[in-house]
Design a protein around this ligand. Structure first.
Ligand code: FE
Ligand code: FE
Ligand code: FE
Length: 178
């Protein structure tokens, strides 16, 4: 029973490792597609953070005694596919940036769920050091999610709305006779 639980922890860790390594490739693309400088910077910084998270997972895998490779995270494949769709559908500008934030926050929430579970399971197995490493990453994902919310609310959403009002004739002169 205990062995089963530990191997489940290993499988879930491998899934998260797959998710993070997929993000190492997707984040530079997302940074390149962002036109708001602070959003581009946020993606670039999260890429550096993600690199450290991958290393942490490798350490934790060693502690568990499993290979970090072995699973394909299909959920992250789907989330990244959605992000790519958004990049193709919208021209560069604040509306695309708002869409990129939406996609990125879905990714962060998947990661928050994954690391929340991994931390709890490592704790349950009595693996304190592993749990602490996983909790560190969990906090980073939560901080990133909050930073993206703030960026959306303070900068990107208002700019997207202004852009729309400027380009959309129906948004102006409402009330004038047709
Ligand atoms: Fe991550
Ligand atoms: Fe997954
Ligand atoms: Fe993340």
């Amino acid at each position: 029973m205990a062995e089963d639980f530990k191997s489940l922890l290993g499988e879930l860790l491998q899934d998260t490792y797959s998710a993070e390594t997929q993000l190492l490739e997707a984040l530079p693309e997302m940074a390149g597609a962002a036109s708001t400088p602070s959003l581009r910077k946020a993606f670039e910084e999260h890429l550096a953070v993600t690199q450290r998270q991958v290393e942490r997972l490798e350490k934790v895998a060693e502690m568990i005694g499993c290979d970090p490779d072995g699973e394909d995270c299909e959920a992250m494949e789907g989330l990244i596919a959605e992000a790519e769709e958004i990049m193709d559908e919208h021209d560069e500008g604040p509306v695309r940036d708002a869409a990129l934030i939406a996609a990125a926050q879905k990714v962060e929430h998947y990661e928050i769920a994954a690391y929340g579970t991994l931390t709890a399971m490592a704790k349950a197995c009595g693996m304190k050091e592993a749990a602490a490493l996983l909790a560190e990453t969990l906090k980073e994902e939560k901080d990133t999610d909050e930073a993206l919310t703030e960026l959306a609310e303070k900068e990107v959403n208002p700019a997207a709305l202004r852009g729309q009002a400027a380009n959309d004739p129906t948004a102006r002169g409402k009330g004038s006779a047709a």
